[in-house]
Design a protein around this ligand. Sequence first.
Ligand code: ARG
Length: 473
Amino acid sequence: MPNKMNNKNNPSQSTSTIWGGRFKAGPSAVMEEINASIGFDQRLYAQDIRGSRAHARMLAAQGIITEADAKAILQGLDQIEGEIKAGGFTFSRTLEDIHMNVETRLREIVGDAAGRLHTARSRNDQVATDVKLWVRDAIDGLDGALKDLQIALIDRAEEHAGSVMPGFTHLQAAQPVTLGHYLLAYVEMIGRDRSRLKDCRARLNECPLGAAALAGTSFPIDREQTAAALGFDGPTRNSLDSVSDRDFALEYLSVLSILGVHLSRLAEEMVLWTSVQFGFMRVSDDFSTGSSIMPQKRNPDAAELVRGKAGRVFGALMGLLTVMKGLPLTYGKDMQEDKEPLFDASDTMELCVSAMTGMIKSATYHVDRMKLDAGKGFATATDLADWLVRVLAMPFRDAHHVTGALVKLAEDKGVGLEGLTLADMHSVNAGITKDVFAVLGVENSVSSRTSFGGTAPANVRAAVRQARERVVQ
Ligand code: ARG
């Protein structure tokens, strides 16, 4: 059962129930609508309650509230958490946000003790703490999903350590590579994304709770205690910065954006590779769609959506950067605009990562077609030039020139390099021997690329083992 939402402006409300004496009248309907965040920040309920528990325990330990009040507060918070989880909680827009909704319900349940929970705290340090806890949880979840994606890529790389495909620069056939090597390139990218997530997590892990509204508090609070209780490395050092900082949200969105770049490149290649023109790959039925008019079509919609959704994540980053720029210290209500892009971008990337993992796991690679294409476009020309350098001791620049002439000759004859006769070769350079034909095959080409980080199947097998060790540990 979903929680209920009470969106109606309460006409019987002549004074503000939340601001008490200072206001004669409640907000207008429009004011309530623009001001309220409960529609989206209810997602912070678990983090909000976690923060309140830590705060209440600390207040009691410091003698700021009584043990009895703390006990009542903790029991009330347990009950509220149960109500929200079970879907039996009515969120009220009149109460603006998750903080006021929880506190107001707490007062209904435990009475006056509830009013003591907000001692030495403000919604400003509260929301900063809640959002940090939320981002931290999101990072942990996403990191697990990225690990699964890496494992899927490594499994397929192992399977295709020796499968030859064309490698491209400028999307022109460049040199033959192995499919395993190609897949491991994405393992590297995702590895950097995970390392960025880890950095972001480490940097955000300081607790703003206790900064209060902006200046700290006159109560003898123990910020070390609340920080430790919430799994932070320690408290933030400057109260003004604590309530006005959203770097961690920006940083997380930046990390998501770079991840979006990576996934969109992989997605784009899936779109290309599944086309009839490439014919390198087939996405499984459960990740493809058909066309309502063209019966032959198999569309890689999931890949296209991953490619497209990256744009939405960049938008979230740009949106929040723009909200934060030029904001005077400290908290401004503008900052309430942090949540929707944050939640949306995080959900979006989690979905994209799952879709990618599913597609990689179930894809069929047409290795025969890839191998055939790997030899097209004079892709072994560099191997020929290298042979001239190695065997005939030619300077590389000269070898490049001779190879260029041979490519031109082959092109004129309408054959590949391996289709040239020895006599053809001799018309360009008399020193060439029949041994040259050995390097013109794509298998030989990839096998010779044994330099560290190169594409040779033996390298790929070793790289798979090392990647698995790094990722699975
Ligand atoms: N809903 C607010 C937000 O998301 C909470 C903080 C409000 N603080 C305040 N002083 N009005 O930013």
